[in-house]
Every structure is written in structure tokens, then in C-alpha cells.
Design a binder for this molecule. Structure first.
Ligand code: ZN
Length: 200
């Protein structure tokens, strides 16, 4: 379809349409909204994007993203060095931080092992993880990976690799979500919940 709005605005719409969760229609709506709110929204957004492009780096210690290296989490002296939470992605790290249950250190793998997709150990940030644990001081490694086949394969692989270093490896519980009704759960989740039942 030929551009209705002129090539520059069409380009803005096309770029917005590449964002996750935005189709062509909502991209058009978002573009229009940004253009209408040029001063309050479009300007600050453009500035924030420029900062992101120029200053955001991957932390060389943990694989998180930040504007400094080591990242804010790695350089925070109040964090507990003895607990290391291993996640697949930065999005998972953010999710756990939002839950704010632990004041631990993190390690971002950059994905999960997946023989079918050709993702092997060398494609992930695993060697650096082993290095961190081997350096000493880590008592527990929490494998907060996804409850998928790939996630669990990755957890087992890392547990094997870490076995010589004396750190305890744990994983997240699988089961009934908070507020969940049994009737709505799939059989796999129910079976996992039943297996990992705890004392009251
Ligand atoms: Zn870091």
C-alpha cells in the first residue's frame, strides 16, 4: 500500500510495526500519538533512544545490560555475593527484580541449550558462569531458567559442570501459580505441583 502520510511518517510507522506486540494498525496509531504529543513524548523518547543507542553496554561480569560496565547490580556493594541467580535472558532478570525476593547477584546466559535450534554451550554465557563460581564465595547457584525442556536441559548441564566447586545448585519450584485454580491447570503443571508438594 502506498504511503498515505508521506515517506518520513511511513518510515516511522514501519519501524514501530517491527516492535514486539505492535502490528501495522497499532503502529499507525502509535505514530500518530507520538506526532501529536511531539513535545511531551516524541522528543523525550527520541532522546532516550539516543542515550540507549550510544551508552547501553552488556555487563562483562553478568551479561545484564546497563549504561555502565560492570552493571549497577554487579557494582552494588549491598548485594549478597554468596547467592548467584542464573537466568536465560535480561527480561527474566528484570522479572525477578520486580518480584524483589532476593538481594542476590545474577548471571544472564543469553538463552537456553537447544540441540534442535543448534544452540550449544559455546553459544551461551556459560564459561563465564563457571569462572565466577570457581573463583569462590558462591554458596548457592539458583537456576531460575524456564520450565521448558530446553531450560531444564540447561539447568542439568550447568549443575554437572558446577559439581566440582561445592556450590549448592537449586531450581525454582514448579507448580500451582499464586491465585491459580486447579481446574484450569494443565496436567504437566498439576503433576509437577504434586511431586514438589511441601509440608504445611
Ligand atoms: Zn553485571
Amino acid at each position: 500500500m502506498a504511503g498515505i502520510a508521506g515517506p518520513e511518517i511511513e518510515r516511522l510507522i514501519q519501524l514501530l510495526a517491527r516492535l514486539p506486540g505492535l502490528g501495522p494498525r497499532s503502529a499507525r496509531r502509535a505514530a500518530l500519538h507520538l506526532i501529536r504529543k511531539r513535545e511531551e513524548l516524541l522528543g523525550p523518547l527520541a532522546d532516550a533512544m539516543r542515550v540507549a543507542r550510544e551508552r547501553i553496554v552488556t555487563c562483562s561480569v553478568c551479561g545484564n545490560i546497563d549504561t555502565k560496565n560492570p552493571c549497577s547490580l554487579c557494582s552494588d556493594p549491598r548485594r549478597d555475593d554468596s547467592t548467584l541467580v542464573v537466568v536465560e535472558t535480561v527480561g527474566d532478570l528484570w522479572a525477578l527484580e520486580r518480584a524483589s525476593v532476593l538481594n542476590a547477584r545474577y548471571h544472564v546466559l543469553g538463552g537456553a541449550l537447544s540441540p534442535l535450534d543448534g544452540v550449544g554451550p559455546d553459544d551461551l554465557n556459560i564459561a563465564a558462569l563457571i569462572g565466577r563460581v570457581a573463583a569462590g564465595g558462591v554458596k548457592e547457584v539458583i537456576l531460575a531458567v524456564n520450565a521448558t525442556v530446553d531450560g531444564q536441559t540447561t539447568a542439568h548441564y550447568i549443575t554437572e559442570l558446577l559439581s566440582p566447586y561445592g556450590a549448592k545448585c537449586t531450581r525454582l519450584a514448579h507448580g500451582v501459580p499464586v491465585g491459580g485454580e486447579l481446574d484450569y491447570l494443565d496436567e504437566g503443571t498439576l503433576a509437577a505441583a504434586m511431586k514438589s508438594r511441601t509440608d504445611l
